[in-house]
Ligand binder design. Structure first.
Ligand code: ZN
Length: 296
């Protein structure tokens, strides 16, 4: 597993400190790989990695760490923590637009998003639109630079109206909210956000959690945001309770229903927390589903 050295280092670090929900992100190399979708070029831009300890507070709250460990062991994986990729999705090829969906942990947490964008040949000032799936720190942290100024000085920042209302009430993101407020434009859940990009309400994770369906020339891909966090645990057991979900029963119902729809249609998805680059398909498996990367 490519993240193993970071993973082990983080687990060792974690054992030396108190148990907290998310450990300090281990360093990762910037990455930006291009995938064609119709006339568009999609580029997952890597920001970092988060480590979710198997402590009964993140995955499988309803079944407990032993059941989660047994499932991971059966997959041949370490049982004490679950590594999660962090990153965004760059969309190029829409007329007059350079679009970025989500911005990662941000520069104060070692985020590599800007270096990944540079690899893709995109300067921050060239980004016209930043679309946000939801207001958690690993998605909006990169909206501002280390000094709290907008990281994408020309971009309009778009998120659903209920999500912006939620972000503004969160003390942990108040500095980010202040920094971006003049540039934010909200949309109604389910709205057409840009030509070729439609918002898809994926309810439960946060009040206005939104996926984005990107379409071009008869092809499409759905950015599922945090509908599923782990390509192993969330797909194998979508019915297990997830600690990061704000409304846990609603998020569970959404995850179960969406994965059935995604697997049933064979649609291409991008999942920011799945192993980089996080583009692929969900296929039926026992139990639940399995991840089929479109590229490795
Ligand atoms: Zn997240």
């Amino acid at each position: 597993m490519r993240t193993a050295p970071f993973f082990l280092a983080a687990v060792l670090a974690a054992s030396a400190t108190a148990a907290i929900a998310v450990q300090a992100p281990p360093p990762v190399a910037p990455e930006a790989r291009n995938v064609a979708l119709g006339a568009l070029t999609l580029t997952p831009v890597r920001d970092g990695a988060n480590i979710a300890p198997n402590d009964g507070k993140v995955f499988g709250l309803d079944v407990g760490p032993a059941a989660v460990a047994a499932f991971l062991r059966a997959k041949g994986l370490p049982t004490d923590a679950i590594p999660l990729n962090v990153g965004g999705l760059l969309v190029r090829g829409l007329p007059g637009r350079v679009v970025l969906i989500d911005t990662g942990n941000g520069p104060t947490k070692g985020g590599q998003l800007m270096a990944s964008l540079a690899r893709a040949g995109v300067a921050p000032g060239a980004v016209t639109d930043v679309l946000i799936t939801h207001g958690h720190g690993d998605h909006i942290g990169g909206l501002v630079d280390a000094a709290g100024r907008p990281a994408f000085p020309r971009a309009t920042i778009r998120m659903s109206a209920p999500e912006w209302a939620y972000v503004r009430t969160q003390g942990s993101s108040s500095a980010i909210a202040r920094g971006i407020a003049p540039r934010v434009r909200t949309f109604a859940p389910g709205a057409a956000v840009l030509p070729g990009i439609v918002a898809v309400p994926l309810r439960g994770h946060t009040p206005g959690h939104t996926g984005y369906r990107i379409s071009s020339r008869g092809r499409s891909l759905l950015d599922i945001g945090d509908t599923a966090h782990s390509s192993v645990v969330s797909l194998g057991h979508p019915e297990w309770t997830m600690g990061y979900d704000g409304n846990k029963p609603l998020a569970e119902r959404t995850r179960v229903a969406e994965l059935a729809r995604i697997a049933g249609t064979g649609m291409l998805i991008f999942a920011p927390h799945f192993p980089y680059p996080g583009i692929g398909r969900v296929v039926r498996s026992r139990p639940g589903y399995a991840w089929q990367p479109a590229l490795r």
